[in-house]
Design a protein around this ligand. Structure first.
Ligand code: FUL
Length: 486
């Protein structure tokens, strides 16, 4: 099956990619012009995080629900041993770089003592009504050098204003200001798409423009997530993976947040000709539910499943937002914590060492023949440096010759995305016992692309960027090997 697919893709790869007339080459040693759209500074910073935690912990934790009704008594919120430092310690040990917390979910209960409602921790027995989970978690994130993010559900089944659009928008805006003003730096604001009907069948019309301005004013470095951005997009599923083809570009004209979003397949793959830079974030829970349910203690996803998710999110040009359903004690459960460590070990055992280091890299085209754009820049371990082709090129080949035959089963490719995302098709050949054969075909690369190839020893590897929308560039061309299952 794999070989049929390879042949089919190979035929597609033969389809031409029009070269532009060659520009005079020798003189052009300056950086290639960026191709629009390009990421903003905040999007570039976000992209570096790659892997971080979602925490669903709120009223539902104690009622056993996924979506609360909004009429739950604050007295039900009663963690017996809540310890946000344990969450942060666990996330850090897992190799994650941030935590996003459900400050308010659809039932409207607030994990901080909001001035604008009494439906909050202030009415609960926890810490005698003087607790503030946002305070404890933001402090813990600072202590463990993790970024801190906030999920604030627009849909609110408790607020009596919900459905009275102007009044509810005021309420939501006030709460947004509260959570963005009092807890230090926030790296991401997460707006869920779910929009229920308010009382009497009234539908709430959110003022997202106003909400966006509040975020920009109070937390200019924060990225805003919703199904269609503006900064990062939902990947179109809750299974945690981005498409084999995954553009960070998306066309959003004519679409609305939450309702009438583009088809999930577009969110999963992005748009080759998209005019907005809105990369994908892949959210998924480590258990079947987003919230803790004791009966799911034995259903933590397997290491194989999680590693697959990691490779198809981070390695498909997205980020991985892995949810940890904190339990009724207020702790990340032991089963989840143990699995997270296994995952970290697997990721490091595979990707920590670049097996292409020490190889000799050459290219059939190098921008202005300049040393600072040489093929060796793609294997120097520095994502800031890159190999680049000359203006006019749409296709180019880079070859790695290894000092000795090396067993590999993964190829890691990266584009310098500050210049935009350009590669739309590539192929890889491997040399073994002196003979070349095709081992992989692919489409987009973007920030990071993990390519799974047959586990075999290689003497040399040839990557052909078959088609790019502008002179191709590559900041990483690495080789890796997964540890063999016992
Ligand atoms: C969904 C919500 O409705 C779920 O409850 C959960 O929070 C998930 C991450 O987003 O749209």
């Amino acid at each position: 099956m794999q070989s049929v697919r390879c042949i089919a893709l190979f035929l597609v790869s033969l389809a031409g990619c029009a070269e532009l007339p060659q520009a005079p080459q020798a003189a052009v040693t300056s950086a290639p012009a960026a191709v629009s759209p390009v990421p903003s500074a905040r999007q570039l910073r976000w992209q570096e995080l790659e892997y971080y935690a979602f925490v669903h912990f709120n009223m539902n934790t104690f009622t056993g629900r996924e979506w609360g009704e909004g009429d739950e008594s604050p007295a039900l919120f009663a963690p017996s041993a809540l310890d946000c430092r344990q969450w942060a310690r666990t996330a850090k040990a897992a190799g994650m770089r941030a935590i996003i917390l459900t400050a308010k979910h659809h039932d409207g209960f607030c994990l901080w003592p909001s001035k604008f409602t009494d439906h909050s921790v202030a009415g609960s027995p926890w810490r005698e009504g003087r607790g503030d989970v946002l305070r404890e978690l933001s402090d813990a994130c600072r202590e463990y050098d993790l970024k801190f993010g906030i999920y604030l559900s627009p849909w609110d089944r408790h607020s009596k204003f919900y459905g009275d659009s102007a009044r509810y928008n005021d309420y939501f805006a006030s709460q947004l200001e509260e959570v963005l003003s009092n807890y230090g730096e926030v790296f991401e604001v997460w707006w869920d798409g779910a929009c229920g009907e308010g009382p009497d069948g009234k539908r709430q019309v959110y003022d997202f423009e106003r909400f966006t301005e509040i975020v920009r004013g109070l937390q200019p470095g924060a990225v805003i997530f919703s199904d269609i951005g503006p900064d990062i997009r939902w990947v179109g599923n809750e299974a945690g993976f981005a498409g084999e083809t995954c553009w960070s570009k998306l066309n959003t004209a004519g679409f609305l947040r939450g309702i009438g979003a583009p088809p999930t397949s577009s969110l999963n793959e992005g748009d080759r000709d998209g005019v907005n830079w809105i990369p994908a974030e892949c959210d998924v829970s480590i258990r079947p539910g987003w919230y803790f349910h004791p009966e799911q203690d034995g259903e933590v996803k397997s290491l194989e499943k999680l590693f697959d998710i990691y490779e198809r999110s981070v390695g498909h040009n997205g980020s991985l937002l892995l949810n940890l359903p904190v339990d009724r004690r207020g702790l990340v459960h032991e089963n989840d914590a143990a699995r997270l460590l296994e995952l970290r070990q697997r990721i490091e055992a595979t990707y920590a060492v670049d097996l292409a280091r020490g190889a000799r890299a050459s290219a059939d085209d190098t921008r202005g023949n300049a040393a600072h754009f040489a093929a060796s820049r793609a294997i120097d371990g520095d994502p800031e440096t890159y190999w680049a082709a000359n203006d006019g090129r749409r296709k180019a080949t880079i070859t790695l010759e290894l000092p000795q035959p090396t067993l590999v089963d993964r190829v890691v490719l990266r584009e310098p995305i500050a210049l935009g995302q350009r590669v739309e098709r590539f192929s890889i050949e491997a040399k073994h016992d002196g003979a070349w054969r095709a081992i992989a075909l692919g489409t987009t690369i973007g920030n990071k692309r993990f390519v799974r190839v047959e586990r075999s020893p290689v003497e040399a590897l040839r990557l052909t960027l078959e088609c790019a929308s502008a002179p191709p560039c590559l900041s990483a061309f690495e080789l890796a090997l997964t540890p063999q299952s016992p």
